[in-house]
Design a protein around this ligand. Structure first.
Ligand code: HEC
Length: 212
């Protein structure tokens, strides 16, 4: 090779190696990376939303404290850790206790019991229904929605808290049209699969398949 080209050889090799490794990186290294999400869920021993693991099988964050205390302590302060809470721990509900508000022709009231639990009433035309509020979803930065547990099912409460408005309004995926019945004004019943998805993502394993 003429000597005037020799200084280009290492550069050329470097370019070829760079491009070759870039091209190789585009090819999935293992078959797992080519799976679709449902296939991946099926083939994984554990997946947050699969609901196959019973609550008792989770050790909980305390088990990590011994070695990762800094992470465990800071995680518990993070919005993600507060993304779903037992209603008793919801600040928005605590602040709203005793307050009433109106959504179309229905009047709502949030009530806090002496033991810290919450329920709400929906009233219209002299009729009142009472439902428990058991779970709060959303750290409260944007808002918070609520689940009511009754008759062995989960019900998405008709109202949510909107932080920017400092007020309660219709829960985002529910119809903004005025509720046509007391039942619709109270809540929307979730299917088992919907509830499992909520809890699967927000509350790893709190509700295993056995309990839903
Ligand atoms: C007996 C000590 C011990 C306990 C208990 C423990 N870990 Fe670890 N964990 C370690 C060590 C050691 C490492 C490796 C750290 C490293 O390589 O820098 C590690 C690494 C990790 C990593 C990888 C971190 C990274 O940056 O790659 C995660 C995630 C993790 N642990 C989560 C947990 C969780 C969740 C729990 C509780 C369910 C837990 N650990 C309990 C000792 C422990």
């Amino acid at each position: 090779m003429p000597s005037r080209y020799s200084s280009f050889v290492p550069l050329l090799v470097a370019i070829v190696v760079t491009f070759a490794s870039w091209a190789l990186a585009q090819i999935p290294a293992t078959i797992t990376e080519q799976l679709t999400t449902p296939e991946r869920i099926e083939s994984s021993k554990w997946w947050p939303t699969d609901g196959k693991t019973a609550k008792e099988e989770y050790v909980g964050a305390r088990a990590c404290l011994q070695c990762h205390s800094t992470i465990v302590n800071s995680q518990s302060q993070h919005s993600m850790a507060k993304a779903s809470l037992p209603a008793e721990s919801s600040e928005a509900l605590r602040d709203a206790a005793g307050q009433g508000f109106r959504l179309s022709e229905y009047e709502y009231k949030i009530i806090r019991e002496a033991d810290g639990t919450f329920h709400y009433t929906a009233s219209n035309a002299g009729k009142t229904v009472t439902w428990p509020i058991n779970w709060a979803f959303g750290a409260g930065k944007v808002g918070q929605s609520y689940l009511s547990e009754q008759d062995g099912a989960f019900h998405e409460v008709r109202f949510s808290y909107f932080s920017t408005l400092h007020a309660f309004g219709v829960t985002p995926n529910q119809s903004l049209q005025p509720a046509t019945s007391m039942n619709k004004a109270s809540s929307r019943t979730l299917t088992g699969a919907e509830a499992q998805r909520c809890f699967g993502c927000q509350y790893y394993g709190l509700y295993g398949r056995q309990t839903l």
